[in-house]
Design a binder for this molecule. Structure first.
Ligand code: SF4
Length: 318
């Protein structure tokens, strides 16, 4: 399959549909050409428990992003021409995937790979040919197209995917455009069609779909709209991960805080809607840091371990 021809020549891998020729170095809103770039790879303890295993989730942070959320914690690597990433070939990514497996990662966790889908597929194919067997998690903002997801879906075991909002005004304020709200239902409908069940395997890995929703303070009506939609159409197929605490970078949007009364109201609503499978962050779980991708380990000590082979590659490119 000539995947490059599908993806990069007239790029419509995300809903922006920029139609630029990334093979020729052109860049759309995601800020990336067809040259895959990666900011960090390592074992990460910060995902939902079924993805962490004994040693951590094998997390791969790609640079660039089609969304430009006002509160992005990863703005060092998601904004255009991020200097923190390095060029990585598909052969090198395949080798790094095998290194993650060798280091005992519970899975390969691909973070914001939407705009590099063709390269990721090639790398996964090469790695699998050479013995890569880890489950693969697609960790995404949800700003996807059914066309792009159709390409990557055969390689994905679990989607760890945001539904930030269904509301156009909230999308415009927090995600930078209304396209997000107009597109997300179709994305989740496609995933549910492909993966009708979410369940824990005997290994402890969670297969299927986990929908993450961050509650934006001051927009609880939009969260209620999301939860009612989730309960009605999605909950028999997917688990929920509800997040209530988040620290945006200094100088970006001020999210404010959820009050204890609002938190209690959310717990009551989950009960009323009989949403039982999933995860809910405690108010006290607030962690006052943001990643610093200029460091070997962008996360607090004990929270993540860099993959030595990635650091070696990164040092050789600098
Ligand atoms: S992936 Fe990038 S270039 Fe392609 S449509 Fe989206 S923003 Fe535009």
């Amino acid at each position: 399959m000539e995947i490059d021809n599908i993806g990069y020549f007239s790029c419509a891998l995300c809903p922006h549909k920029c139609l630029v020729n990334r093979q020729k170095g052109q860049r759309g809103i995601c800020g990336e050409s067809a040259q895959m770039r990666i900011a960090w790879i390592g074992l990460h303890q910060g995902e939902e428990p079924p993805f962490v295993g004994d040693k951590g989730s094998g997390t791969i942070f790609f640079t660039g992003c089609p969304l430009h959320c006002a509160y992005c914690q990863n703005c060092q690597i998601s904004q255009q021409k991020s200097p923190t990433g390095i060029n990585v070939t598909v052969e090198e990514l395949a080798s790094l995937l095998l290194d993650l497996q060798y280091e005992g990662a519970a899975n390969a966790n691909l973070v914001t790979g939407t705009h590099f889908i063709p390269s990721i597929i090639e790398a996964l194919q090469l790695a699998q040919r050479d013995g890569f067997t880890l489950p693969v998690v697609w960790n995404s903002s949800g700003f996807e197209t059914v066309g792009g997801l159709s390409l990557i879906d055969p390689y994905i075991d679990t989607y760890l995917i945001d539904v930030k909002t269904l509301d156009e005004q909230v999308a415009a304020k927090f995600c930078g455009n209304v396209l997000y709200a107009n597109n997300i239902r179709a994305v989740i409908a496609f995933l549910v069609h492909q993966h009708r069940q979410t369940f824990l395997e005997s290994s402890g890995f969670l297969r299927g779909i986990v929908i993450r929703h961050l509650v934006f303070p001051g927009t609880l009506a939009a969260t209620e709209e999301f939860l009612r939609w989730f309960a009605k159409d999605i909950k028999v197929h997917a688990w929920l991960s509800l997040m209530v605490q988040f620290v945006p970078p200094t100088g970006s949007i001020d999210l404010g805080e959820i009050s204890s009364q609002e938190y209690d109201d959310l717990v009551m609503l989950l009960s009323e809607l009989e949403i039982e499978e999933g995860f809910m962050q405690e108010l006290a779980d607030n962690i006052p840091w943001i990643p610093d991708f200029t460091r070997d380990n962008p996360f607090p000590a004990g929270f993540a371990t860099p993959l030595p082979a990635f650091l070696e590659l990164r040092n050789s490119r600098r």
